[in-house]
Ligand binder design. Sequence first.
Ligand code: IMP
Ligand code: MG
Length: 186
Amino acid sequence: MERDAKLYGDLSKVLVTREEILAAVKKLGQQITADYQGKTPVVIGILKGAVVFYSDLIREIDLPLRTDFMALSSYGSATKTTGVVKVLKDLDRDIVGQDVLIVEDIVDSGMTLSYLKKMLADRGAASIRIVTLLDKPARRRVDLKADYFCFIIPDEFVVGYGLDYDEKYRNIPDIGVLHPRIYSGE
Ligand code: IMP
Ligand code: MG
């Protein structure tokens, strides 16, 4: 797809190209493969933002693994979270004694994942690690570290490669900065 195509019209710039993403995802898959030798992790994708990343990542993990998904909603506006998390779709199977990898699109305040990590620990997972495509450490409000990440990004609102604004832009193959005019109501 051309980067001056219609889909890119609301971006102020492309931050990470699809080529850079695929190279990073491949490297991450190899690292997880090495770290989980002899194990069968349960890889949990967080709907919907992580689905594009998730589908590329699991194909780079050369291990037996199980898939599952959760949908969470954090109350707040489209560009800010409040930390109150509601489970919209729960796991299909229990995770007692399982090695869990949580796959998320972006860690921003860290509140969503910190809540989820506690919840899955309470359910008796043997281990829990967090995998994120993007990390925005400047906005962290709780002490939460991703165990694996692809890119650290500045404090800007990004879309594409699964990430949305108002359910749009998830199908852009690159990661770009959304032009502020889109959410400032200009
Ligand atoms: P937090 O870490 O609890 O603040 O929330 C992370 C969630 O907020 C992510 O899963 C995204 O859905 C959303 N989010 C945070 N920053 C961005 C962004 O720059 N673009 C799109 N979604 C974002
Ligand atoms: Mg999300």
